[in-house]
Design a protein around this ligand. Structure first.
Ligand code: FAD
Length: 404
């Protein structure tokens, strides 16, 4: 087995790393200040500056495998780049590689009509607008995508949309111009053909943000996670993606690449936490010794390194399989890494917090925010348990008698 990256990927890794060092890490404090100083729900100037810089350097839209729109990288090639960007919570957006836009853009590339692509995909690719994905609802267990109850009713050449959604990430940002809305359109159809995905411009009358939700007290401004109400929202019938009743099919397709990007970024965050842990453990002295030499701290550092490396290999394996045999055959590996990556990152970040003492839970270091962020990933695109169920069922299926 050859674990090395190709020269093309190696060169990109060096360029993305250099951009992170020169531009992104120094901008973290500026970003926090600009959000705190102004209207929290307005985009910051610093991110727009970084976007222009990254675009000028050709470090733009590096995701999007198998598409004429992206940089022509496979999932395997993109993985180390996403990991480097993931080291900072500010990292992915300057490269136009942030969630939920990457997942939404992939969805539009794969399933959108020519008109959808022209109206929404192209400005998204240029970084002029942002988007959100409105599936989850407060009133139903949304880990089961067939449960959604917000309705999309056809009336002539229009959809009429009503209902509540929440955790619509990114919808609070004024740059968010379009939602991919999942609604119950064919309640009498077969269970997996009852929902449609419909493009809803955010300025359509009846689209309302009820409130921004917080995550462990963080509001993630200006991006935010919105609770939303849709009251008699009317959009053209052609805004349906792929076709009526095909929402569940699209939801399944979207979970592949978009979600594995989160895993790649989780590894970056875990690496940064380990780096901070090692620096703190070497520099700070207690009981006459550096923290690294006290108790089991060396083992803690070693365990973190081993877990990150194991998680990376599993991520790369999932990416390799997506590229070589397709998302369907790779479904167990995709589900495995969705459980493993955020859980490993959480353990490493938690240990780094502990080694930082009180500083670890403050906002003087990025660790507390990173912890909050990684903890939500164990829910955000489906709870761990749902992915475990997929892995378990796949394993069992290999040993079931043919007719069982
Ligand atoms: C920060 C954040 C961002 C998000 N962003 C978005 C977004 O942009 N768009 C969007 O549509 N949604 C988003 N979500 C919502 C997320 O997708 C849902 O929270 C998730 O799918 C779970 O749905 P639920 O909250 O209704 O939990 P429920 O479905 O009520 O599940 C609750 C719990 O039940 C248990 N459970 C469920 N199924 C099983 C099972 N098969 N086996 C065993 N136990 C099970 C699990 O413990 C699970 O955590 C986001 C969530 C967060 C926290």
């Amino acid at each position: 087995m050859d674990f090395s990256y190709t020269p093309k990927v190696q060169a990109l890794c060096e360029r993305v790393s250099a951009f992170m060092e020169a531009c992104v890490y120094p901008a973290e404090a500026v970003f926090a200040r600009q959000v705190a100083e102004g209207d929290r729900w307005q985009p910051t100037e610093i991110v727009e500056v970084l976007k222009r810089q990254a675009q000028a350097e050709g470090l733009w839209n590096l995701f999007l495998p198998e598409s004429e729109y992206g940089a022509g990288l496979s999932n395997l090639e993109y993985a180390p780049l996403a990991e480097i960007m993931g080291r900072s919570l500010l990292g992915p957006e300057p490269f136009n590689c942030s969630a939920p836009d990457t997942g939404n853009m992939e969805l539009l590339v794969r399933y959108g009509s020519a008109e959808h692509k022209q109206r929404w995909l192209e400005p998204l690719l240029r970084g002029e607008i942002r988007s959100a994905f409105a599936m989850t609802e407060p009133d139903v267990a949304s880990s089961d995508a067939t449960n959604m109850r917000a309705s999309a009713r056809r009336e002539g050449d229009q959809w009429v949309i009503d209902g509540r959604k929440w955790w619509t990430s990114g919808a609070c940002d004024p740059r968010c111009k379009v939602l991919i809305f999942m609604g119950l359109s064919n309640p009498d159809g077969p269970r997996h053909q009852q929902h449609s995905m419909i493009l809803v411009p955010t300025d359509t009358p009846g689209v309302n943000i009820v409130r921004p939700l917080s995550v462990f007290g963080y509001d993630d401004a200006p991006h935010g996670h919105a609770e939303m109400r849709f009251d008699n929202v009317r959009v053209p019938y052609e805004n349906v993606i792929l076709g009526e009743g095909r929402g569940f099919e699209i939801a399944q397709g979207r979970l592949g690449p978009g979600r594995i990007h989160h895993c790649m970024r989780s590894l970056g965050m875990a690496e940064r936490a380990l780096e901070l842990m090692c620096r703190r453990a070497s520099e700070r002295v207690a009981f006459g010794k550096p923290l690294a030499q006290l108790g089991g701290n060396l083992d803690i550092i070693a365990d973190s390194r081993m877990q990150i490396d194991m998680a990376r290999l599993l991520t790369l394996k999932a990416a390799y399989m997506m590229d070589s045999v397709g998302n369907k055959v790779a479904r167990s590996e995709i589900a495995q890494i969705k459980v493993v990556a955020p859980n490993v990152a959480l353990q490493v970040i938690d240990r780094a917090i502990q080694l930082h003492g009180g500083a670890g839970v403050s906002d003087d270091f990025p660790l507390a925010y990173m912890y909050a962020m990684q903890r939500t990933l164990r829910l955000a695109d489906g709870p761990d348990e749902v992915h475990r169920a997929a892995v378990g069922k796949y394993e069992l299926s290999r040993y079931l008698p043919p007719r069982a």
